[in-house]
Design a binder for this molecule. Structure first.
Ligand code: UT7
Length: 333
């Protein structure tokens, strides 16, 4: 029960993925890998990649449009847009551009960076604005174009990632509070495990004044470390969010994890005693789309009629930072 006032419902979802596709076989012509290795180690078959003239803002706006329409709203009804992304088109932020593309002229918009936990962190952030009564209708978007930042000659990372965007609309709800529980963590001690970091060359402006100018370097990851972290921490954070919701794992209708690796999803479900048929997975088609993966999977499952109004969903994001979090919510109004 929410003491501050406004309650929350998640009333619409949408997604957008680029049309260009690269298969495991295609990748085997770029690096020393095989369809068999990628499928058995990750569950990934294909990934959709943004063309040079497709921006994160374009994908994000398309996903948001779908979510706003499903919620029965117009862009002008939106008070706040939170864009979770690690790959903005502009380091000053891309959310305002999304606001413009949507024509959501009444909305304030900002970016939030928490890598693959970005969607869950943004959803929880949106909920705080609704609970305090500041905003009523919030669009939360997870969007990433990691293909811009992958080293396409590094087989240990390039096979994993794809591009896309997913979005939901959160609204003040006079009835039940449908964000049932959440929990979030960060551990900077493990920052080195997964990076897309800036590297500057020292440049002298005048004697004694050195600045660093450069660019971001391609993604580096210690896969085994991140794997171990995910399998240990994700079940734990979901259990904590369930505890806050006063629910047991039996109450979960659907588990939607960040789509990083099928083996991680299987291990988490097994630890939580959740049967495979309750686990929503689409990484075979899209790979790891970072902040976009949870809302894309949610949107597909809702549109397929799998997830129905009132269903309880446990979602969990995890990744660079390291960061991880879980949100348990009831779908629809
Ligand atoms: O979104 C952020 C969250 N990220 C994650 O959750 C990623 C978590 N980690 C993983 O999903 C897995 O660790 C990977 C899929 C990245 C790697 O799978 P793994 O079973 O942990 O493989 P590994 O790194 O232990 O590598 C095993 C072998 C190595 O060869 P040696 O040293 O045993 O000879 C690698 O060089 O597989 C080799 N390898 C490959 N072989 C063929 C690594 N990448 C490839 C590849 N194709 N693409």
């Amino acid at each position: 029960m929410n003491e501050l006032g406004a309650k929350i419902a998640i009333t619409g979802c949408g997604s957008s993925t680029p049309t260009q596709v690269i298969t495991n076989d295609d990748l085997s012509h770029l690096v020393d890998t095989s369809d068999e290795w990628i499928r058995t180690r990750t569950g990934i078959g294909r990934r959709h990649l943004a063309s040079a003239d497709t921006s994160v803002s374009d994908l994000a706006a398309q996903a948001a449009q779908g979510a706003i329409a499903m919620a029965g709203l117009t862009p002008q009804d939106i008070d706040l847009i939170i864009l979770a992304t690690s790959t903005p088109d502009d380091l000053f932020g891309s959310a305002a551009k999304v606001q413009q593309l949507l024509g959501a002229s009444n909305a304030v918009a900002f970016d939030l960076t928490a890598a693959c936990s970005g969607f869950v962190f943004a959803l929880v952030t949106a909920a705080q604005f609704i609970r305090t009564g500041v905003y009523q209708r919030v669009v939360v978007i997870g969007a990433d174009v990691l293909s811009r930042w992958v080293d396409w000659s590094d087989r240990s990372t390039c096979v994993l990632f794809g591009d896309g965007a997913g979005a939901v609309v959160c609204q003040g709800n006079p009835n039940e509070d449908r964000l049932l529980g959440f929990e979030m963590y960060s551990d900077g001690q493990q920052h080195h495990s997964l990076n897309l970091s800036y590297q500057g060359q020292p440049t002298t402006l005048k004697e004694g004044v050195l600045i660093g100018q450069g660019t971001y370097q391609p993604i580096t990851m210690n896969g085994r470390e991140v794997y171990r972290f995910a399998v240990a921490k994700v079940p734990e954070v979901i259990e904590k969010a369930l505890f806050r919701a006063n629910l047991s794992t039996d109450a979960i209708d659907w588990l939607i994890l960040h789509q990083a690796n099928q083996r991680i999803m299987d291990a988490v479900a097994q630890r939580l005693n959740i049967p495979p048929e309750k686990v929503i997975a689409n990484l075979g088609e899209y790979g790891n789309t970072s902040a976009a993966s949870i809302p894309i999977a949610l949107d597909e499952a809702v549109r397929e009629g799998k997830i129905k109004t009132g269903d309880i969903i446990a979602s969990s994001g995890f990744g660079a930072g390291l960061t991880w979090g879980a949100a348990v919510f009831r779908w629809g109004i």
